[in-house]
Design a protein around this ligand. Structure first.
Ligand code: SF4
Length: 403
């Protein structure tokens, strides 16, 4: 398994697969071919279907302003649903063609190559193996992570946490309309400030956490800087829960960084054994993974034991199984923004359940991750980030004046 660092990447929204991935792929091509005479980029699969609403072309043009960008939504026999082909004409007239896959969470893979970010640093691949080691060595999940990762993980996580907090804070102060034809107004500020008369404390907690999730997700939809956790579309879940714990409940930053590490390990396991890409496995792979990560992180913050942490992460994923990806108008707004807030609350409920019921469970985290992957592969393509099914389809149907 790769470093936890590869789960958290700072980049511009709105979609890790559709903006951060293509942006990084373009940087790589620019680096390799600084003198290219002409570059043609062809977007396939989900990048061709929803690239427009997700800002893919803009992300590529930011790095390769002269590139010709075309879409090919016909070809179906693809090695990955998010495939880009770069055709390069060199200075001397020779040509080269490279396929790059945006494999989720902003990570990229060049066909036939192994990149630095794909270096394996964990020999373990499943949670069962990790839990076994923790038990044998009488160590916590956090101790296990620290043992495997470089010492600079903490420094990296500090930078990540700063970027996450910045996104919450910017989002809470911003107002106005989000880009795109939905003309959706930002709601985070209103949600944070709109305390109801005689509001019970649990409602206040949910409202405040939701406002943080909205803040980050709206920043993402506005194409501002966010952190993949594990993706851009699901970037509001984990920060909202942890921001609440630090700023409203007084947990020290040092412990929040530890929670981020544990959450990252669970995201890493999901990416290794299944997928964190909506184009590959639907929204269960994005929001389900984020919810699972937030539950694991929060359980660790509460100092629950290894079993309870695993159970919290398992519950959080289990009840997102089958969740489809159907972004209305191809924008990462509906259902995405609200879904981040709901997932944050679900993560907290999962931790609350795991405190009491971990000994009675029958399903392991590894099982639920495997199930998510199989379910994702069974999912019709229209529910995998193509904006051709579900809410996206119904919305289009009604907009045409149908009743
Ligand atoms: S529906 Fe889920 S997977 Fe699809 S774009 Fe929105 S957040 Fe991402």
């Amino acid at each position: 398994m790769k470093s936890i660092k590869s789960i958290y990447k700072i980049g511009n929204g709105p979609s890790s697969s559709h903006t951060v991935g293509p942006y990084r792929a373009s940087l790589l091509i620019k680096e390799r071919y600084p003198d290219a005479r002409k570059i043609t980029v062809t977007l396939f699969g989900s990048l061709a279907f929803t690239g427009e609403g997700h800002g893919t072309k803009k992300a590529i043009q930011e790095v390769l302003p002269e590139a010709v960008i075309q879409e090919n939504s016909i070809e179906t026999n693809l090695p990955h649903p998010n495939t880009m082909k770069f055709d390069i004409v060199n200075k001397d007239g020779s040509t080269e063609s490279i396929r790059v896959f945006s494999i989720g969470g902003g990570s990229i893979r060049v066909e036939g190559e192994l990149s630095d970010e794909e270096k394996e640093i964990y020999p373990e691949k499943t949670f069962r193996e990790i839990a076994g080691i923790c038990k044998k060595n009488d160590q916590s999940i956090l101790d296990f992570i620290i043992e495997r990762e470089n010492r600079d993980l903490k420094v990296y996580l500090k930078e990540i946490w700063r970027a996450m907090q910045d996104a919450v804070e910017r989002g809470l102060h911003a107002e106005g309309i989000l880009p795109g034809e939905l003309q959706l107004s930002r709601k985070a500020k209103l949600l944070k400030e709109k305390r109801c008369y005689n509001e019970p404390s649990d409602v206040t907690m949910n409202r405040v956490i939701a406002s943080y999730a909205y803040a980050v997700s709206e920043e993402n939809a506005d194409e501002h800087l966010v952190v993949t956790a594990p993706t851009c579309g699901s970037c509001g879940v984990l920060p909202s829960v942890l921001y609440y714990m630090q700023h409203d409940r007084g947990f020290p930053e040092e412990e929040i960084l530890d929670a981020l590490a544990v959450a990252g390990l669970f995201g890493n396991l999901i990416r290794t054994n299944a997928s964190i890409s909506g184009a590959e496995c639907g929204c269960q792979a994005e929001i389900g993974s984020a919810c699972s990560m937030a539950a694991a992180g929060l359980a660790a913050l509460y100092k629950l034991d290894t079993d309870q942490i695993e159970y919290a992460a398992e519950i959080a994923m289990e009840h997102n199984l089958g969740l489809t990806c159907d972004p209305v108008c191809g924008l990462v707004q509906i259902p995405c923004i609200e879904r981040n807030a709901v997932a944050a609350m679900r993560a907290i409920s999962s931790v609350n359940l795991s405190r009491f019921l971990s000994e009675t469970r029958k399903i392991s985290f590894d099982d639920v991750v495997d199930t998510m992957y199989r379910t994702g592969l069974d999912m019709d393509e229209k529910y995998r980030e193509t904006a051709h099914g579900g809410l996206a389809q119904i919305y289009r149907y009604h907009r045409k004046g149908n009743k």
